[in-house]
Design a protein around this ligand. Structure first.
Ligand SMILES: Nc1ncnc2c1ncn2[C@@H]1O[C@H](COP(=O)(O)OP(=O)(O)OP(=O)(O)O)[C@@H](O)[C@H]1O
Length: 200
């Protein structure tokens, strides 16, 4: 079930093209790195692939077909700042339930404590909150995880723990990962293939 971006083009507010004629293909189960200079469109590509932005040109295809709408997107995006990705007024059980029934195996893999789910986002640490966001992204039906600087704001130990859990889960569930990161050593360690993103 490959994920393909075909001849993608995107600009913001009818400004200069951030990307044009961009093609990318990720295979099922692959862990691929995406590295390149700052401000050149890596996050934009991640958002287009995950359906957060609609491409101005081109298509995103999953297994040769447009990404299904009206159901949970099999392509999920996790960004750098978890506090911006959750509703501050919801307890985390509700946030997690956005991706379907709570999967205790997944919570256990990510070392998420049940008590955290009864708290509000402001009552967790950044690392704890990011684990919740990762668990939500890896919920039922996810085939591709776009991890955009997903652990950049965390200390090295937490970063390593989260990536170990995510790799384990992804391997067991045939989930592919696109790792967007400035941290070359992280990308080299995690990924079987690395795409060098050019500036246009
Ligand atoms: N919401 C937005 N509105 C207008 N321009 C934007 C918006 N988001 C990003 N841009 C611009 O699009 C270009 C690409 O940004 P993007 O965040 O995709 O790059 P990036 O390669 O991920 O950068 P970094 O490595 O610094 O995170 C930049 O010039 C940025 O200023």
């Amino acid at each position: 079930m490959p994920l393909e971006g075909k001849s993608l083009g995107y600009w913001y507010n009818k400004g200069a093209w951030v990307m044009q004629q961009t093609t990318i293909r990720l295979e099922a189960g692959e862990v691929v790195g995406l590295v390149g200079p700052s401000g050149c469109g890596k996050s934009t590509l991640g958002k287009v692939l995950a359906g957060h932005l609609r491409p101005i040109e081109g298509h995103v295809l999953l297994d040769g077909s447009p990404i299904p709408t009206g159901v949970r997107n099999p392509v999920q995006l996790v960004l750098q700042h978890p506090e911006q990705a959750v509703n501050p007024k919801w307890k985390l059980r509700r946030t997690l339930a956005e991706s379907g029934p709570i999967n205790n195996n997944l919570l256990s893999e990510l070392a998420i404590e049940d008590a955290w789910l009864n708290r509000y986002p402001s009552e967790l640490s950044g690392g704890e909150l990011q684990r919740i966001c990762v668990a939500r992204a890896l919920g039922s039906g996810t085939r591709y995880l776009i991890a955009d600087e997903m652990t950049t704001m965390l200390d090295a130990i937490t970063q390593a723990q989260i990536w170990q859990s995510v790799r384990n889960w992804a391997e067991r569930n045939q989930t592919s990962i696109l790792v967007i990161s400035h941290e070359q050593h992280l990308v080299n360690r995690l990924c079987s293939r690395v795409i060098e993103w050019p500036c246009i």
